[in-house]
Structures are given as C-alpha cells and as structure tokens.
Ligand binder design. Structure first.
Ligand code: FAD
Ligand code: MG
Ligand code: MG
Ligand code: MG
Ligand code: MG
Length: 544
C-alpha cells in the first residue's frame, strides 16, 4: 500500500490492512487525531506512514492561521483568506475526517465519545475507538470566572469571533451616528475596551486604532472625536514576555496614539453597560460605560481535557502534562501537543547520579576532560535547560572549575560535577502557548510515527537513563525563531534569537514576509497578499 506518488491524488480509501516486514497481513493501527489547528494540522501534513489508518475529529473543517486573526477584525484581511479547508489534505493523504467534537476520552477502553450537530441542531452522538490518540484540541479563552464576561465581552480566538468583532465595531459607529443622541451617549457607544496586554490584546488595540485613524475619520467624520480605546492590564506592563525595550516602545507609542493604557488594573465584572475594574495598589473599584469589550487574557483548559485529567490522575494539575516525547503521563498510547498540554521536563539534579556514573566510563569515580565534554554534549540533548545555561556562558565556569579544582590533573568528582550543574534547573521554563510551539510539536510527533518501524527494530536512543529504557527517539526540542508584536501604524517590534531587537517600519516588512511565507498554502498566501495590496490602495472595507 505504499503507492507513493500515484496514491497521493487518488480518491480511493487506502486498504485497512498493512504488511509486516515478514510479509504478514495485519490490521492497520488506528490513529485518531483530535483538532485541526496548528498542532493537529502540522501533525497531519507531516504524517507519512502507510501502516496507520488516520482519522481526524474536529468541530472545524478548516485550519485557521491565527496570527492574522487580529487583522480580520478591522477588514485588513478577509477571514476567508486565512482559513485552509482540511478536506484537501484529507483527500491527498487518504485520511478520514469527521466534523464533530470529542466530549469524552476513555483511556481504559481506548474509546472517545463524540458529538456533532447536524443541520437541524440535533446532536448526533457516536463512539470511536483508537489504538493511538493524538490530542491537539487547543485551549479556550480564560475568563478567570469574572462575572459577565461570557455574556457581554467578545473573545478573539476563532474566525467567527473576528467577524463578530468587525460587525460590532461598525455597528457602534452606525449607532453613534444616529441623530438625537447626547454627547454622553455617543462617548459611551464609542468607548472600546480591550482587556489583556499580551500580544493579542496589544495587536488588536493597534489594529483598532489604525482603523479609527485611517478609515473612520473619513467615513464617520462627525463622531470621530468621541472615540476612545482603553487597554486594561493587570500586570505592571504590557507585552511583559517581550524584551524591556519593546515594552517601553509599545507603551510610549500607545500613549502618543492616545490609547488609554491602564496597567495594574484588574477587571472584576462586566454588565450590559459598564465594565468595573479594581486598581490593584489601592483596591479602589471604578465602573465605566463602554460600547464594546474585547477579552484577551490568555487561555484555559477545555472541559473535555479537564475531565480526562481526572481519570488519569492528573486532576490536581493546571494543564495536561506530557513527557518530552509528548506522551500523556498516566496513560498509554495518548499523545498531546500544542496549547492543550505542557511538557513536564526532567530535572538534571534528579538524575545527576545516573548521569555521572554513565559518563564515568572507566568507573574511576571521576570524569576526565573527554568524558566531561561528551557528557555535557549528551545532557544538552536530553535536558534543554542545560543549553540555555551554556549560552549564558556559565558552563565556562564549569571548565574553569574543572581546572582549578584539580590542577593539571583535570578530573572531576561527583561533588564538583553536582556543584557545577546546581543552577541548571533554574533555567527551566514551560514552553509558551504559541503556534510556533504547536506546529513544531506536530511535525516532531509525525516524524516519530514515520520512523516507528525502523526504531522498533533498532531501539537504541542517544541516551538512556533510569526508567527510560523504552525510548527510541530523541525528546522534543523547541527552536525559537523569534516573535513579533505588530504595534500599528505600519510598525512592528521583532525579537529574534540572539537578543536581537528591532522596532519600526523595517520589521513591519519582515513581519509581512515571514507571515506570508508561513501561510500553509499558495492559495491562502495569494489571498492574503492581495488583501494587503487592496488595503494599501483602497483602504479597508467598512460594511458590516
Ligand atoms: P488550535 O490551533 O486552537 O487548534 C485546536 C483545534 O481543536 C481546532 O481545530 C478546534 O476546532 C479543535 N477542537 C476544539 N475542541 C475540540 C474537541 N472537543 N474535539 C475535537 N477537536 C476540538 N501564536 C504564534 O506563535 N504567533 C502569533 O502571532 C500568534 N497570534 C495569535 C493571534 C490570535 C488572535 C490567537 C487567538 C492566537 C495566536 N497565537 C499565535 C497562538 C496560536 O494560535 C496557538 O498557540 C495555537 O493555535 C495552538 O495550536 P493548537 O493546535 O494547540 O490549538
Ligand atoms: Mg490543533
Ligand atoms: Mg489554529
Ligand atoms: Mg503547550
Ligand atoms: Mg573516569
């Protein structure tokens, strides 16, 4: 069944049986993938093993290019341009897709329970069994149980959300333009509040500001003076995950632009007319009338995952934990990636004795220079935190230590070794909930499956420590290619690897080109580029 190129474009369903190396026919293993977002789509597009039967379950029959979602809210880019239907990929790869939501995962029977809405809004329910489950369902907006948020605020997570925001902004302007309104009423309707100073909230505020300045001024000249944007952030600064220079630039730019930036302010409630905030320092609560609220304060866990975590003994945790091979801890044959999960990294200090004795080839109780070098190389692969530590040149101290401790006779004993690595684990950081992480994880996991048979025959990994005898693959390693924060007015802040920060118009062009190249198909790429060109020439579309 490895028909290669020919099979690729055929519509036929591939056979349900696979051949083993000694020519025996066995049923194919069923891989069920939950989700068609960054993680799921990346997994599916890199998966190439004909010995598996792949099924995809997702309530959404398209992939959404989320980095350009804020641009949909003001019409810079059309929603259609940033979605990629997944049926095309399914046909090309011979995978099967079902439009439904997984509502329950039962690892004891290896079954999932799904629900789909047909046209008549009647729920259809069914079970599906799996041999291997790949969970990539992402996360949901986090309201921190703030009263009124679900009912009155907009989220910015899905394509539909962006379109709703766009309609709502235009509606505010139409309503504010009606005759016989008082000035107060117009001010209320045109008060836009953004909650959350992370990259999405900041980018949305910037896009909204551009729209108000570049387009609304022309279309609704009479009410333009009543508009106001407030950006609320509970922390001390916006964009706090970025370099300080970027934060400072963004805060200054927003001030100049007249965006009302209120840090150290926590939202405590929203009702139909007012949003209430608490000043963290003083505890003072202030309520202000608003026309529209956009809620963008990070993500939380989906109910189906919460329930699954209880079943597998992870009920106490905040996020689903996997090991570095993306296998869910506490159950078999389930993998999780992207926003829905987090990698539980191992600490060097926990394994230090095992690392040391493995490195000490001659069992002399000390490491010579060669042994030391090779063990450092090995642990860099196994424990990502060591590499970060190395980058900070601290390991040079180790080398010096090695010299000074033993003079010419360069050998280290376990105590010195421990001391040298004692701070390594403080470098450990959870990976951020980003598309970059999810797509790299999807690609990594697909590649593991692609070489599964080969690895089963030759089960030797780069390193095998206590309790890890079964691993044959290198653990997942994240490579950070940098992050962008578009700040409006054709300016973008970029933070690239190696402490490289660039802010301004040139990084805007870098941003355009990076995102154009990251779009998953030539179809979406050409649509987005033509949207950008259309916006440059004609301005944004303001019909709702
Ligand atoms: P998602 O991409 O959210 O995919 C989840 C999938 O699972 C969806 O297809 C969903 O329909 C499906 N699903 C949900 N529930 C179920 C269920 N019960 N059963 C089956 N399927 C289900 N990251 C960056 O790196 N750079 C950026 O510039 C950037 N900008 C962003 C801008 C916005 C507005 C947003 C919202 C996010 C942005 N992100 C960005 C973050 C990025 O989108 C996420 O980190 C990424 O989508 C995570 O991928 P995922 O596969 O885990 O989840
Ligand atoms: Mg996904
Ligand atoms: Mg997505
Ligand atoms: Mg994650
Ligand atoms: Mg030795």
């Amino acid at each position: 069944c490895s028909g290669g190129g020919l099979l690729v474009f055929s519509d036929s369903v591939p056979p349900r049986r696979a051949l083993t190396s000694d020519g025996q026919e066995v049923p194919k293993k069923k891989v069920v993938v939950l989700g068609s977002g960054w993680g799921g789509y990346s997994f599916l597009s890199h998966f190439n093993n004909p010995n598996y039967d792949v099924k995809v379950v997702s309530p959404r029959n398209f992939f959404l290019f989320t980095p350009l979602l804020p641009s949909v809210t003001n019409g810079t880019v059309e929603a259609r341009s940033i979605v990629e239907p997944i049926r095309g990929l399914m046909r090309k790869k011979g995978f099967e897709y079902t439009e439904a939501e997984c509502v329950e995962i039962d690892p004891s029977t290896k079954k999932i329970h799904c629900r789909s809405k047909d046209g008549s809004n009647v729920d259809k329910e069914f079970d599906m069994d799996y041999d291997i489950l790949v969970v990539a369902v992402g996360a949901k907006p986090n309201t921190f149980n703030t009263p009124g948020v679900e009912e009155h605020a907009h989220f910015l997570k899905e394509a539909e959300d962006a379109l709703k925001i766009r309609r709502s902004v235009i509606n505010c302007f139409e309503r504010a333009s009606l005759p016989s309104l008082t000035e107060e009423e117009r001010k209320k309707i045109l008060h836009f509040v953004v909650v959350g100073g992370g990259p999405t909230g900041v980018e949305f505020s910037a896009e909204l500001h551009d729209f108000l300045v570049e387009d609304v001024a022309k279309i609704y000249p009479k009410v333009q003076e009543f508009t106001r944007i407030t950006l609320l952030e509970a922390g001390d600064h916006i964009l706090n995950m970025f370099d300080k220079r970027i934060t400072a630039f963004a805060e200054e730019k927003f001030q100049r632009d007249g965006i009302d930036l209120k840090t150290k302010n926590m939202v405590v409630g929203v009702n139909a007319d007012e949003i209430s905030t608490k000043e963290i320092a003083t505890g003072k609560i202030v309520s202000e009338p608003y026309g529209m609220v956009v809620w963008s304060t990070g993500v939380g866990i989906r109910p189906v995952i919460k329930e699954f975590m209880h079943r597998i003994g992870q009920g106490q945790r905040r996020v689903l934990a996997t090991d570095e091979w993306l296998r869910v801890e506490g159950c078999d044959s389930v993998y999780a990636l992207g926003d829905t999960a987090t990698i539980n990294q191992r600490r060097v200090m926990e394994d230090i004795a095992a690392i040391f004795s493995k490195a000490d080839k001659g069992e002399t109780g000390t490491l010579n220079k060669k042994e030391f070098k090779s063990v450092v190389k090995d642990i860099c692969q196994r424990y990502p935190q060591v590499e970060l530590y190395l980058k900070k040149k601290k390991l040079r101290n180790i080398a010096n230590l090695l010299k000074s401790a033993n003079g010419d006779d360069t050998e280290v004993n376990i105590e010195t070794f421990k001391q040298a690595l004692s701070e390594v684990d403080t470098q450990m950081k959870n990976l951020p909930a980003t598309a970059q992480v999810a797509s790299q994880q999807g690609k990594y996991l697909a590649k593991c499956f692609n070489k599964m048979e080969k690895c089963e025959k030759k089960p030797e990994g780069p390193l095998r420590f206590r309790g890890e005898g079964r691993h044959r693959f290198q653990p997942f390693r994240y490579r950070h290619f940098g992050s962008f924060a578009p700040l409006g007015g054709e300016q973008t802040a970029a933070e690239l690897p190696g402490d490289w920060v660039s802010i301004g118009h040139s990084s805007q062009w870098l941003w355009y080109s990076v995102y154009a190249s990251k779009l998953v198909s030539w179809r979406t790429r050409s649509l987005v580029v033509s949207d950008w060109v259309r916006r440059f020439i004609f301005g944004r579309d303001s019909s709702s």
